[in-house]
Design a protein around this ligand. Sequence first.
Ligand code: SF4
Ligand code: SF4
Length: 498
Amino acid sequence: MTMSSSRHASIRAESESPASQASSVLSTLNSDGSRRWMKPRPSDGRFVRARRAVAWLLIVVFTVIPYIKVGGAPLLLLDIPTRRFTVFGVTFLPYDTLLLALLMLSIFVTVFLVTSMLGRVWCGWGCPQTVYMEFVFRPIERFFDGVPGRAKRGSFVGSGGATFLKFVAYFLVACFLAHTFLAYFVGVERLLQWVTQSPLKHPTGFFVMALTTALMLFDFGFFREQVCLVACPYGRFQSVMFDRRSLIVTYDPKRGEPRGKGRKGDLSLNVLRGDCVDCGLCVATCPTGIDIRNGLQMECVHCAQCIDACDAVMTKLGKPRGLIRYGSQAQLAGEHPRVLRPRVVIYSSILAVLVTALVTLLVNRTAANVLVLRARGAPFVAVSETETGNNVRVKVTNRTTRTAEYSVSISGPEGAHLRADESAMVVDPVQSKELSVMLVVPNAAFERGRAEVTVTISGPDGFDERVPFRMVGPGSMHAAAKHDEHDEHVKEHSDDDH
Ligand code: SF4
Ligand code: SF4
């Protein structure tokens, strides 16, 4: 590789820092404790091109998800005020604690499994922090401030006016992202309605959007890589998820050391040197400012930029690529790669159990949740000299994405019937409604003050839920009635029951 001494000096200036000193606490701190601003040199190569393609695919997916419907329901909607979460068109209600817990556990175990096999592939390729920082905000910064390691284009680049425009561009992108983010919580229809109205009509939504915009500006304009280094818990967790065979970005010291620049004509010395010419490009391109040649470090987000930088150097030197590469500590030590390891088997087994339970519960979910609750007040009333009634509330939650009508009927002892103004109700999609009815049976049906009946709730598509209910009536002890007040005959047709 031909490289002028001045260029060498500039690269070294960027790469040499307190970060490379053994005494450094954090790669982004100067020795006096001040912030060391990262201005990573861009590296072109196969990994950055692949990451750019993945990043833009993810950005498009993140932007369009709120607009996508599955069977009339949003693909993803996190309605926090009503505690209804729609995932892939399936709405989870507050009753669905077990389903939500299984879903969250499955996600966590998937992260464990993927990390144990592929290292921090999420950090380097899929995390929104990396995706937006490296492929949206960093290119904007380079456009207005100039590209590190390259000559500035014109006098405007890097000027005060350019800095102002850079922050205007940051603001516009952050504002757009905040609106997209808000759409995940309020739905795209409501968001589109809000943006055409005065903020005073929806102050909470406007406040959330403004706060999110401000947080994004703070993050991508100022905090940046500090999120990965000091704020993100995943970076801290990785050490317990890794083993020697996890895929990581590694430097091959056997091939690279002893590092150093060869001298022209000094063949004996050059033969002894490793392939690393100590150019510092792998450090200069690192967005977290570390030197991968020091081994696996918590700050490494496995973005592979150092691989591209080093591959370019090796290509120029006419040496094989891969001095820095994806690999594992075991591979570097000459051990055979092994995919099936105890932790991979354990994580996979746990994940299989969780997913099986989740799918089983989802498949067996009923189209509605039904509750039959004893109404407040007197436990029973004399309807006539020969009949006794119990007031109950029938609550139906329509889980489907269509408006549905549900009717209530009673069966049991001969003469059992309903007394109500209405025995049917129309329930909107993913909404709940209550109907008050009186269950009436002949006095003769009561044995020791109790009569067993069945309340049936019927709906569309053959929905038919039969709920046993114990009525109280003449002959019941007052105490028994009291007891039964607490013994609400509730049947929750949730997935838990299946
Ligand atoms: S590892 Fe590669 S990029 Fe890094 S200093 Fe050595 S030769 Fe340069
Ligand atoms: S060491 Fe390499 S892979 Fe790790 S963060 Fe720096 S550039 Fe990315």
